[in-house]
Write a protein that binds this ligand. Sequence first.
Ligand code: HEM
Length: 181
Amino acid sequence: MKLWKLMSLAVMLLLILSACDTVSDEPNGNGTGEYQSITVDNITLQWRTDTLGNLDVIVSAPTTGWVSVGFDPTIGMEDANIIIGYVSGDTAYARDDYGTGINTHEPDIDGGGEDNILELGGTETAGTTEISFLIPLDSGDTRDRVLVIGNTYDVILAYGEDDADDFDSYHQARTTSQIDL
Ligand code: HEM
């Protein structure tokens, strides 16, 4: 009888351990995993992937104007999948852009692409703007870059002047960094 109880306990322990393995094997959970984070020149970028093929992103910077991130540029802003957004009142606004040159960008929809922002939120508190959004890792849009889990990508980060609630005014700060997906 005691042996039977011991064996049952051992089997339960094995089942619990194998369940733990299953969870930790997932890349970043099902959209509920931990964000990875970098802060460069006062711009904070947080990101995580989900198992539905999306990238979940938060960008914040010390401005009441626009904040932005661009994924996988070739040189300067060129070819980057840029998301630029701001908060006005209680509402977040964002646009899916494409780096058309080293110093230029335009909305995906102006170049035959589409706006692939799936979800959007944002806050503006004490002089800091934060936008959060969800985009597909591979939207199928030629004006977006394909992002693959496990790869490392260059990112560009920038923010506008205070009160620059727009998508076109020049940045007060811009920088570059890298992220691991
Ligand atoms: C919103 C309108 C924007 C305008 C008018 C603009 C304009 C420019 C201009 C004129 C330059 C060259 C001068 C300089 O180095 O500062 C530049 C460079 C740069 N911009 Fe923008 N930009 C805009 C948005 C953005 C956004 C949204 C990002 C990032 C997501 C960004 C990232 C950069 C970077 C990284 C450089 C340096 C490029 C290099 O020399 O390698 N810009 N931009």
